[in-house]
Design a protein around this ligand. Structure first.
Ligand code: NAI
Length: 379
């Protein structure tokens, strides 16, 4: 594999998700960080670029400057990661795709479903890749769930229970803290707070493992702390196109829950259960059988799970490796793009602009259903 030239927008010093991207993209040695506009503050961004080893001529104060300068280079960037706040994703993704760059955008892809549809169309026209960082789909045992379901091990899927419930916005005393407050302000967050921010990962995982998409949903949103205008807790029921029912709970007030992302899938022939806080084990119960624990690193897992696993069984891998699997898939696809070869079909599992679009549709439909007292709403 040839080294791929990589650039970042956002993810500057002190940002939450920037370091995970750098660890994950660096893990397999496929990507070389050679350009970036890392910060809303130009000088701080340039200084940070220098500290990461980016040369001064490719350390930019602003993404527009980066777009103009990088478009003119022969050694063009193979991939641009966008890790800025949500409201900027549409404009930046669109500009880079239109200029012929491949993009990995943080979620949410856009602020509305219409914008996401435009990005899907622009991506198709450009022939480039637009990935969306639903990075938890990179966990080896999540890929194992998908492979087992696709293989028919569970039979027809009847029920999916998906959760992403944490307790970090439960303190009424903290409700006015500016770092918390903006998330519940419709002007800054859009139509939904906790579903758009956290629950959407559970939604993506339910679609990813089942291979199904929703046809309709009914949502109950609750604002349980202070006078929040947007929901800090939601229960959403979905009907999926393959016949599955999905029940999704997301919350920011579930005191004692940490990163409470869990997924259970129940089919005619058995059930699977996985928790992101214990990602090395997948519980599998065949119908009328005993529960078995599948360990990450077991040699008899699916090809997809084996490919996504780096270190031997019994040693914890964790979240940066899950994100690294998205970068591994992208490296495979981008190298194939360079050489004209076909990528490994397993590399095509990374979340794409269509996934970003479905998420935005689900968010809009859930907000509208919740306003209508849970009315079933078509997607
Ligand atoms: P943050 O506020 O901690 O960091 C944002 C960074 O972007 C800062 O360095 C800031 O200076 C920079 N920035 C802001 N505007 C910019 C601009 N116009 N140009 C260049 N840089 C700019 O935010 P955080 O929490 O890291 O979130 C960033 C994105 O990542 C959000 O969209 C969020 O939803 C997503 N995220 C995704 C996660 C996942 O699991 N996939 C987890 C956490 C965040």
């Amino acid at each position: 594999m040839t080294k791929l030239n990589w650039g970042m927008i956002g993810g500057g010093a002190g940002s939450q998700i920037g370091p995970t991207h750098r660890i994950s993209a660096g893990l397999d040695g496929h990507f070389l960080l050679c350009a970036g506009a890392f910060d809303i503050d130009p000088d701080r961004g340039k200084a940070f670029a220098g500290s990461l080893g980016v040369s001064a001529d490719r350390a930019y104060g602003d993404w527009r400057e980066m777009l103009a300068a990088e478009s003119a280079r022969d050694d063009r960037l193979d991939l641009v990661t966008i890790a800025t706040p949500n409201a900027t994703h549409y404009e930046i993704s669109r500009a880079f795709l239109e200029a012929g760059f491949n993009v990995l955008c943080e979620k949410p892809l856009t602020m509305t479903a219409n914008e996401a549809r435009e990005i899907v169309e622009i991506t198709k026209e450009s022939g480039k890749v637009c990935a969306v960082n639903y990075g938890y789909s990179g966990y080896p045992l999540v890929r194992q769930m998908r492979a087992m379901i696709a293989n028919g091990d569970l039979g027809k899927i009847r029920l999916i229970k998906a959760e992403f419930a944490h307790g970090f916005h439960a303190d009424a005393e903290e409700a006015d803290n500016p770092r918390v407050r903006w998330r519940y302000d419709p002007a800054q967050a859009g139509t939904s707070a906790v579903f758009a921010d956290a629950g959407i990962h559970a939604f993506h995982m339910a679609c990813f493992v089942s291979g199904q998409t929703p046809t309709e949903l009914s949502a109950d949103f609750a604002s349980l702390v202070g006078d929040r205008q947007l929901e800090d807790d939601a229960m959403i029921n979905f009907h999926f196109n393959g016949g599955a029912v999905c029940r999704l709970w997301t919350s920011a007030v579930a005191v004692g829950r940490m990163h409470g992302l869990t997924l259970q899938v129940f089919g005619e022939k058995g059930g699977l259960s996985w928790q992101q806080q214990h990602p090395e084990q997948l519980h599998w119960t065949p119908l009328n059988g005993r529960t078995q624990i599948l360990e990450r690193g077991d040699s008899d897992l699916s090809e997809q799970a084996v490919r996504a696993s780096r270190i031997p069984i019994g040693h914890a891998e964790g979240m940066p490796v899950a994100f690294a699997n998205i970068y591994m898939d992208l490296a495979d696809v981008l190298n194939a793009q360079r050489t004209g070869a076909k990528p490994d079909p397993m590399a095509l599992d990374f979340p794409q602009a269509e996934d970003g679009y479905w998420s935005m549709r689900a968010i809009e439909a859930a907000a509208s259903s919740a306003k209508a007292n849970g009315a079933w709403t078509k997607l």
